[in-house]
Design a binder for this molecule. Sequence first.
Ligand SMILES: Nc1ncnc2c1ncn2[C@@H]1O[C@H](COP(=O)(O)OP(=O)(O)O)[C@@H](O)[C@H]1O
Ligand SMILES: [Mg+2]
Length: 400
Amino acid sequence: MRVTHLSLTDFRNYAAVEVPFEPGPNLIVGRNGQGKTNLVEALGFLSTLSSHRVSTTSAMIRAGQDAGIIRARLEYNGRDLLTEVQINRSGLNRAQVNRSVIKTRDLPRYFSSVLFAPEDLALVRGDPSGRRRFLDQLLVLRTPRLAGVLADYDRVLRQRNTLLKSARASGLRTTQLGTLEIWDDRLVELGSEIIDERAELVRQLGEPLRAAYEAVAGEDHGPQLLSSLSIMGADEENSASVEPRAVVEPVETIVGSGVSTGSTAGAGSTTDLFRAALAGLRRKELDRGMTLVGPHRDDLVFMLNQLPAKGYASHGESWSFALALKLASAELLRRDSASGDPVLILDDVFAELDLSRRRRLAAAVTGFQQVLITAAVLEDVPEDLTAHTIHINAGAVVDG
Ligand SMILES: Nc1ncnc2c1ncn2[C@@H]1O[C@H](COP(=O)(O)OP(=O)(O)O)[C@@H](O)[C@H]1O
Ligand SMILES: [Mg+2]
């Protein structure tokens, strides 16, 4: 698929802007602070309902305004689609497709993009929450129905935590115990589906990740993804200090034997493991007043040369890993999408790379239907990506 036209109203530093895009590579250039990232952030938001830079949407509304609007004309399979989202400072955001109101949550069904930015280094070096978000966003892009499962899980988790907190204050009463059991059932049911879906996604990412890493880095460092699951005893609070072996050994067994094969009943199924873990942690959960096991406590360990990338990989290797992970996501989306390739967005990437990596990245992305690239310096970007160039200055498109 591709974006044919983007209109922004009161979005970041844009009062109003109209930007036509071409198929293939589009290069957005301008000095720092002019609004390049803002443009691609808008498109990223349209496809994931989140920003790669901020967690509160109100930062995206132009200062002094009450609402910002992102409107994009998309084309896929010869069809023309007008998508729109209005971000409100107070009240819910509103979405439309072809001028009919839709649930905002359903917007990602219509537009699929993969964005890579310097912030993605945090995927390798940062907290587990960023890696969970990465997996969940990709799950939703591939299987939109899962947005509902993830939202339901969050709701059940919050309610279960509230109950555990009040039980901690007053001691668990019999009536509360019954309620807790109901929340346990929902937690296990929804949580197991998420765990299984993530495990299958991790499995499928393996080969494209290896290929993308080699394409970008020019060397094969054996990049791997290993699930670290709280239902198997992995603990997010300790994972940073755990020796690599301790994380890897049990997890390899899980990934190979059961968790990814779905929650069919039987010994070792995800739901059984989940229930057993909950039972084992009941005391501790009541002491702490929170849910200590489930997909909200899981992590994904990135391995390079048999060592965890976090804490071991060099800056360049970490960077290549994060980039390769995004390219692998794009590859998976293109493989099973009826609407063609996702739009690939590379924000400020080329300045970070040496000449040979620039060339390799250019070669790796030219096959995509549309690629949007931002750069402060035109010369940083290989020539085969510069045929269509958009110049940005102070929140406006200007002549080059
Ligand atoms: N909500 C907002 N309202 C007005 N201006 C904003 C808002 N958010 C960011 N900006 C401005 O946008 C500019 C940064 O744009 P950005 O797209 O990140 O630049 P770059 O071209 O370097 O990628 C800054 O000048 C910043 O002050
Ligand atoms: Mg920028």
